[in-house]
Design a protein around this ligand. Structure first.
Ligand code: AGP
Length: 611
């Protein structure tokens, strides 16, 4: 999520760091900082906002030194402020750390370090790492590398780390656990970054660390070890990509890259929220059990794709908690005079956290005395200031205008929230909760399985790219998938697409079915499988081409399908998290077939800040 750059060599570090950070800034970071080491001291400058703010600050305060680390932050813990920007230092200002990822147990470690006398100056999880490494060095007198080894043994979560020490002017230590770290291979300098674009100006030969590897980087040499301290042979990879391709990690478009980042997005959204005993903890939701018991109605408000995740959430919340849920388009909500009071809970969903209609809905709900929880992907966004509680999705920055990974992350956050409510209210027996959580934990691997259908989806996209209309149908949470599939297709391919409740088709839309109209039917996410098959028969009888999203091994679906995408087995309420993926890919490949740019569809903006 964040951008990391490190340099050690004979040149001044600062220009190298800034150049690398500029290449990572396309992802829309919210703050930036650098630390440079010189004559046994670390000098640090950090600024909230765009990289330009940091550069302006540095023009008055140039930093000298031949070792340094830089960071462009995309906030996860703590708002985007100067104090929360990286690098973070230990109390002795000897250790500096930049970090990409989430430390799940930072709270426990922080409390311990505070009890040992450390003073913290930020709200971040990262500062814990700097303090921890610093305290190990102070108490044991060991090297930076040894202390980093010991510290990572205590960290839980995902971390790409780059660490320097004021008294080790020729050494950078870098660590990869579930977060990319790329070392540059040059003969006279040491370079490291979280992404290839930051290295391209200096080298095309790189050593991408494998998961659970640690590197000691010195000018002209790189030593790679596993987490047990064994040296491992590292492979130098020659990068052929130009800068544009490197920004997209070799994918043609951000949208495709983001579709393929979904396993990680889903993993990150669950990270630290479910413990080994299958207990859900949502730190950000601080209402007491009595507060939750007092809720007699829930209203979900959102726009666009977020509205579709809200539609699936309505099913989950009502199923698990039996609390009635209303679903509103944020643009309609306050104009219909909704009945709200202090026993109402409003769930406002907005990946950007800046959608004007959703913000207005939040303000209206608060004026009516309702409690408001926001589900968003952007720390520090407007919605986080207005809501009473915020559940972050941790999907990482999304550049493509079409929401993909943020949608899956919302579905995960909302399912977690529904299960959390059921757990706190005692509405779900332990065995069922356990089983559902196990099913959620299996999702990232199952998403990988679905992504492997890319070739099949691409072939289907070729066949239907010239269609004039597309119809998507589903029932239950499958209807949310149908609506989202239709929205994805129309927004990036400009083909007319209707998302419909399958049972409603015969009340009008079936008149649109004629020879060769593609109909996408989601056969899961409903107890009404037989009725869904009936709807498929109806459209086939009128000449439709059927594209079916069905469970693996569904022979009846096979007989009725022109195209069949077989999905791994999961709980019915979780099926949208898998079943949406082929539809995202279908929209993407249809747009490409039509020669359109999926990342920047006409007339659309990534966040809609006007009502
Ligand atoms: C999704 O692909 C769209 N770009 C759009 O519908 C979007 O979901 C909508 O504008 C809501 O955005 P938000 O989640 O940031 O509120």
């Amino acid at each position: 999520m964040c951008g990391i750059v490190g340099y050690v060599g004979n040149e001044q570090a600062l220009p190298v760091l800034i150049q690398g950070m500029r290449q990572l800034e396309y992802r829309g970071y919210d703050s930036a900082g650098v630390t440079v080491g010189d004559k046994g001291e670390l000098h640090r400058v950090r600024r909230a906002g765009q990289l330009g703010n940091l550069e302006a600050a540095l023009s008055d305060d140039g930093l000298n030194g031949t070792i340094g680390i830089g960071h462009t932050r995309w906030a996860t813990h703590g708002a985007p402020t100067d104090a929360n920007a990286h690098p973070h230092l230990d109390s002795n200002r000897k250790v500096a750390v930049v970090h990409n990822g989430i430390i799940e147990n930072f709270d426990v470690l922080k409390k311990r370090l505070i009890s040992e006398g450390m003073e913290f100056h930020s709200e971040t999880d990262t500062e814990v790492i700097a303090q921890l490494i610093g305290s190990i060095i102070t108490s044991k007198g060991c090297s930076l590398l040894e202390a980093t080894f010991e510290a990572i043994g205590q960290l839980e979560g995902a971390f790409g780390l780059v660490v320097i020490h004021a008294d080790a002017p020729d050494t950078i230590v870098a660590v990869r656990q579930d977060s990319p770290i790329i070392v540059g291979a040059t003969s006279d300098a040491g370079l490291v970054a979280s992404g290839i674009p930051a290295l391209l100006a200096y080298t095309r030969d790189v050593v991408p660390l494998e998961n659970r590897q640690i590197a000691e980087i010195k000018p002209g040499s790189v030593r790679v070890m596993d987490f047990e301290g064994n040296d491992v042979a590292s492979e130098v990879v020659h990068v052929e990509w130009d800068l544009d391709a490197a920004e997209k990690s070799g994918y043609e478009d951000f949208m495709l890259k983001e579709i393929f980042e979904q396993p990680e997005a889903v993993r990150n959204t669950m990270r630290g929220r479910i413990d080994a005993q299958h207990h859900i903890t949502l730190d950000e939701v601080t209402w007491s059990r009595d507060d939750l018991l007092g809720i007699n109605k829930i209203v979900v408000v959102a726009c666009g794709t977020s509205f579709h995740s809200g539609m699936a959430a309505k099913h989950a919340i009502e199923h698990y908690t039996r609390i009635p849920v209303e679903l509103d388009l944020a643009s309609e909500f306050r104009y219909r005079g909704p009945v709200l009071d202090d026993q109402s809970l409003v769930i406002a969903i907005a990946q950007s956290g800046e959608t004007a209609d959703t913000l207005a809905a939040v303000r209206f709900a608060k004026e009516m005395g309702a409690k408001v929880v926001a589900i968003t992907n952007v720390v520090g966004s407007s919605i986080t200031r207005d809501a009473d509680a915020v559940l972050f999705t941790h999907a990482g920055p999304e550049i493509g205008v079409a929401a993909t990974k943020t949608f899956l992350a919302q579905l995960v956050a909302l399912n977690l929230f529904a299960l959390y409510l059921a757990q706190e209210l005692g509405m779900m027996d332990a065995a069922k909760l356990r089983e559902t959580i196990d099913a959620m934990r299996a999702l990232p691997d199952q998403i990988e399985e679905v992504l492997a259908l890319q070739g099949e989806v691409q072939r289907a996209a070729k066949r239907y790219a010239d269609a004039r209309d597309f119809i998507f149908i589903g029932r239950g949470v499958g209807m949310a998938v149908a609506l989202e599939g239709a929205l994805k297709l129309k927004e990036i391919s400009y083909i007319h697409a209707e998302g419909y409740a399958a049972g409603e088709l015969k009340h009008g839309a079936i008149a649109l079915i004629e020879e060769d109209v593609p109909v996408v039917a989601i056969l899961r996410g409903t107890t009404l499988y037989e009725k869904m098959l009936g709807n498929v028969q109806e459209v086939r009888a009128r000449g439709a081409q059927t594209i079916l999203i069905a469970p693996q091994g569904d022979e009846r679906a096979r007989l009725l399908a022109n195209e069949l995408f077989e999905m791994p087995v999961t709980k019915p309420l979780l099926t949208p998290i898998l079943d949406t993926i082929p539809l995202q890919m279908l929209a993407y490949f249809v747009a490409k077939e039509r020669g359109l740019s999926p990342d920047k569809p006409r007339n659309l903006a990534k966040s809609v800040t006007v009502e």
